[in-house]
Every structure is written in C-alpha cells, then in structure tokens.
Ligand binder design. Structure first.
Ligand code: SF4
Length: 281
C-alpha cells in the first residue's frame, strides 16, 4: 500500500511564525508568566507542548495579572492590545501579517464610506477581530443567504476571512453586484489555504482513502475534511494517530494524508507510521 502526503501539510507560515515567537518568549522571559489569549493555535498537542514551556492559554485579559501576553496568529479585537498595554502587560503580537493586512483593509474601507461586508464565519475569532476594525458596523456573511435582507447600498466593500474557500467569496461578490452600483473587493484569502485545499482535493481524487489530520476544534481542518469528503467519501478526520481504525484501510491501495494549518509535522509523521503499522499487521 502506498501513502501519499500532501506537499503543503504541516504548519502554514503564520502559525510557524507564531510558534517561533512563543518559543522565543519562553527562552527570553525573565519576569512573570507567559500567556496566550486563547490557544495559540487549534491543536491540543501543540498547546500541551507550550504548557510544558510554561506558556498557558487564558480566555481573557481579565485573567492575566502580570507578565507577557502573546497575541495569536488570527489576531484579536481592536481594543484588546490597548487594554493589555494599559494593564501593564508586555504584549507580543504574533498576529499573522496576512490577517494584519485584512484588519487594515477593513479600517480603510470603513474610512472610505463603504458598507463593509466580511465574508466569513461570524463566530471565528479572526472574523470577530476583523469586525472590530470597522467602527461604522459590518455585515458578516458566510453565504449570500446571510445577506438576503440587506437593502441596496451606495457602495459595498468586501473582504474575506483568510481561510474562506474562494468559491464562497465569489458567491457573495456575485450577489452583491445586484445590491450596489459600486463594489470594492479585497481578496484577503490566504494562498496557504487555497493551495492546501487544492492539493488536498487533487490528492483525494488520486487515492482510495483520505486521512485529514488536525484539531477537532480547528475550522480550517474541518473545512479541509469537508472538501476531501465531497470528492472521496472515505475521508476521515483525526487529531492523533491512536484514532486510526484499521478497517478504514481494507482493500485500499493508496492512502492520502493531509493536515490543517495548525498540525505539527511530528503529529503527521506519527500518523503515517501508524497507518504503515496497521496495514502491515
Ligand atoms: S492560514 Fe494564512 S493567514 Fe492564516 S495564519 Fe496561516 S499564513 Fe496566516
């Protein structure tokens, strides 16, 4: 049996950068604790490893009295950094530069008087952060249906959650064409996501079984699994190697392995080794 691994699996640029920043903080910090606002990435294995380096996730600034707070790769709401500084915390901003760019563009669209639409999932922390950069109010939509009640506007400005599938942005833009004479669109979808999605879809077409590795609470991993499953129904999403089931590989000649952007290489290697072990039993 052959195991094929998607080239783009493992951490994306922004996650790698955030983890490196956290590692550096752990080595350099002398005073107080080190905290992340929410888990630095959606991967429990990485969060556990950071805890072993004395970096702990806290859900809010209110729960941090002193020390260093690391802002995770998908950013925070506009006023959180100022609140943390006002509290005397040492703020280390590990927001991915691509997310930072999207935050700036939301402000820019708002200043220019556009009715701003963020194409994305309203409960995603990155989207909550983006929304906070628009003082004039934002509509969040993950599909045209969410905009059904929107009245006509003079001009609409659209940006996207960095991990949104491009087809969803296209659907929302098409819908908005009938809602305003002027539309400005910034395609803020990160290439890392679309490349990973395309490579995983291609791989799903070429194999009998697809394994998608990533935290069960990671939205980008779930989306990747959905894309693969729509092509290859025999797609399984797991977090760690111990969740593999030998029955999934019965009769399979080729197995594809891909991962979300927050899955470390060592977890992927463990999964590949476990598949090999299961299939040679
Ligand atoms: S997916 Fe893209 S935007 Fe999001 S953290 Fe990774 S590199 Fe940055």
């Amino acid at each position: 049996m052959e195991i094929l691994i998607a080239k783009s699996s493992g951490f994306c640029f922004g996650v790698k950068r955030a983890i490196n920043i956290a590692d550096r903080c752990s080595k350099e910090s002398k005073n107080g604790g080190i905290y992340t606002l929410g888990p630095i990435i959606h991967n429990p294995q990485v969060v556990k490893r950071l805890e072993e380096s004395n970096i702990f996730a806290k859900s809010s600034i209110d729960h941090i009295e002193s020390g260093t707070v690391i802002i995770r790769s998908h950013g925070v709401k506009y006023d959180v950094i100022n609140e943390a500084k006002a509290k005397g915390l040492n703020v280390v901003d590990a927001t991915c530069p691509f997310v930072k760019k999207a935050q700036e563009l939301v402000s820019h669209l708002s200043e220019e008087g556009y009715s701003v639409i963020v194409a994305g999932e309203k409960d995603h922390p990155e989207v909550k952060g983006l929304v906070s950069y628009c003082p004039t109010g934002v509509l969040v939509a993950d599909s045209p249906d969410a905009l059904a009640e929107m009245p006509r506007k003079k001009k609409i400005g659209i940006i996207a959650q960095t991990t949104l599938p491009v087809e969803r942005l296209e659907d929302i833009v098409s819908f908005c064409l009938g809602k305003a004479p002027e539309i400005k669109v910034y395609n803020t979808i990160c290439n890392a996501t679309s490349i990973r999605q395309k490579e995983s879809a291609d791989l799903a077409r070429a194999v009998d079984v697809m394994i998608v590795v990533g935290g069960s609470n990671s939205a980008n991993t779930r989306r990747l699994a959905d894309i693969c499953r729509s092509i290859k129904p025999a797609t399984y999403q797991i977090e760690v190697a111990s969740e593999l089931d030998s029955s999934w590989f019965n009769g399979a000649e080729r197995v594809g392995v891909t991962s979300g952007a927050s899955t470390p290489d060592w977890v992927i290697s463990e999964v590949v080794e476990a598949i090999e072990a299961l299939c040679t039993k």
